[in-house]
Design a binder for this molecule. Structure first.
Ligand code: NAP
Length: 483
């Protein structure tokens, strides 16, 4: 079992206090590196979720809103608490997710960055008067908190994803009811321990509910006191939330799945492209929404690029991320492992060639999947059509710019994309042609607190980060004054 001063309670947090878990229902939390149960967290009832919504409602202040200074202080306090406890939060994150310790601690810094950004830009949410005087009135635009928000997060960034949502919600003055993924609730509990100890937010401003997604999701979708949901996770669940909230026309912010193209032209710096691909693809064990999923390499440089990838991949170490010197941890669970294996089997059966890694029959029974590269991938393969979410690098060859833009867009998703070329004009054309919310040019880097990030098409609605993300949790209200 995991021991930590930040995990003294493994229950929900409602109205400023830890809940009792009166019914005694729990769910197991595993360390994917060892297969051991490391904690049992409270699985909450429908009534408790409703109590969390009620607590949020009591903390919402519309007629006498929390001042910008008050909200800024909350954000600064959370940022400082995360930075001061980066090692311990990162250790908990590493143990429940499996990503290498250093990477897990880096995620805590990343999370702190969102609270920092919102604290520094919160003034943008202040009311302003527009310079024109249309209709003989003086027009003031106010940014009102949308209300109590439901924040639902995935397991792949246990602290990063909540930081994006919570920082903007608090900046807007919105109370929230937060549901972490059931694979990784402990990092969220640690965050609540820090907020409990190091901030003086009013009771009910932040509420934690854990347990069955069906129970929690139903209350959040059906309650008229929750006018907005912000969700990060699969497109499948995102679609369900759209349907389940349609009746009430709730505001939705959705960060959904990806199928990122990573395009390498023949004039690219191949070493830099290979280094960037390794850093991008294997972060979080290949389980990020911005991981390159289809690698398009110009046919003239395909062999050379494949060799560079194999050279790098063969040097990577796979193991329990809590130990130093590990590049790649385990996959999150058996279903995740089986999906990557199925994609590899399917690709090899349909004619792809193995450039690095193991054959499916050589894989072990644990959750460690070795970094794997396959080439000659075609559009009928699972690894091309679906989000693999694992350390499999599928290379497909292309000849022309037009062909690769069309192939890159040949997916329902539109989250992250990457293009490597030495030709600036071509980079601009390709970026404009790719229907993706993010297009890295000669970099495999993903989101940052300072810039808006989000998906086109089935990858989502809305943006997190940057000024656009800061405005996600407010409703603009105009007050024209006649006399
Ligand atoms: P998931 O299965 O959709 O789950 C995400 C969250 O939704 C979890 O907390 C889950 O709870 C909850 N949930 C499931 N069914 C629900 C329902 N009916 N109502 C309300 N909540 C429900 O996704 P995941 O496997 O955790 O995450 C991986 C996916 O997230 C990938 O597709 C990835 O691309 C995407 N992602 C996108 C972004 C982005 O920025 N666009 C970032 C990160 C990840 P339980 O855990 O209890 O089931």
């Amino acid at each position: 079992m995991i021991e930590s001063p930040l995990l003294e309670k493994l229950t929900g947090y409602i109205g400023g206090r830890w809940t009792d878990n009166a019914q005694g229902n729990t769910f197991d939390v595993y360390n994917p590196a060892t297969g051991e149960v490391i904690a049992q967290a409270a699985s909450m009832s429908e009534d408790e979720v409703k109590a969390a919504v009620a607590a949020g409602k009591s903390a919402l202040r519309l007629t006498s809103p929390y001042s910008i200074e008050t909200r800024r202080k909350w954000l600064e306090d959370i940022r400082d608490a995360l930075k001061a406890n980066k090692e311990e939060v990162g250790r908990i994150l590493c143990m429940e997710h499996g990503k290498p310790l250093q990477e897990a601690q880096g995620e805590v810094d990343y999370a702190a960055g969102f609270f920092d950004y919102c604290s520094k830009h919160i003034q943008a949410l202040d009311a302003h008067t527009i310079p024109e005087k249309p209709k003989d009135c003086t027009w003031t635009v106010h940014y009102r908190p949308v209300g109590v928000t439901g924040l639902i997060t995935p397991w792949n960034f246990p602290i990063g994803m909540i930081a994006k949502k919570l920082s903007a919600a608090l900046a807007a003055g919105c109370p929230s009811v937060i549901k972490p993924a059931s694979e990784t609730p402990l990092t969220m509990v640690a965050l609540f321990s820090l907020m409990d100890k190091h901030t003086d937010m009013p009771d009910g401003m932040v509420n934690l509910v854990m347990g069955k997604a069906s129970v929690i999701g139903k209350v959040l979708c059906e309650s008229p006191d929750v006018p907005m949901l912000s969700f990060t996770g699969s497109t499948e669940v995102g679609r369900k939330l759209i349907q389940d909230t349609a009746e009430q026309v709730k505001k939705l912010a959705l960060e959904l799945g990806g199928n990122a193209p990573f395009i390498v032209f023949d004039d690219a710096d191949l070493d830099a492209a290979a280094d960037n691909l390794i850093a991008n693809k294997f972060r979080g064990g290949g389980q990020t929404c911005v991981c390159a999923n289809r690698i398009f390499v110009h046919e003239k440089v395909a062999d050379a690029f494949g060799e560079k990838l194999a050279e790098r991949v063969n040097k990577m170490t796979v193991g329990d991320g809590i130990n130093g010197g590990v590049d790649l941890g385990p996959l999150i669970n058996k279903a995740g492992f089986d999906k990557v294996k199925r994609h590899l089997e399917d690709a090899l059966e349909k004619g792809a060639g193995l450039v690095a890694g193991k054959k499916p029959e050589e894989l072990g029974n644990d959750l460690f999947f070795p970094p794997t590269v396959v080439t000659d991938v075609t559009s009928d393969m699972f690894c091309y059509r679906e989000e693999t979410f694992g350390p499999l690098v599928p290379m497909a060859l292309f000849r022309t710019e037009e062909e690769v833009i069309e192939a890159g867009n040949d997916t329902e998703f539109g989250l992250a994309s990457y293009v490597f070329t030495g030709d600036a004009e071509r980079a601009q054309r390709v970026a404009a042609g790719l229907r993706f919310g993010h297009c890295g040019w000669n970099t495999g880097t993903g989101p940052t607190p300072e810039a808006p990030f989000g998906g086109m098409k089935a990858s989502g609605i809305g943006r997190e980060g940057g000024l656009e993300g800061l405005f996600e949790f407010v409703e603009a209200q105009t007050v024209p004054r006649g006399f």
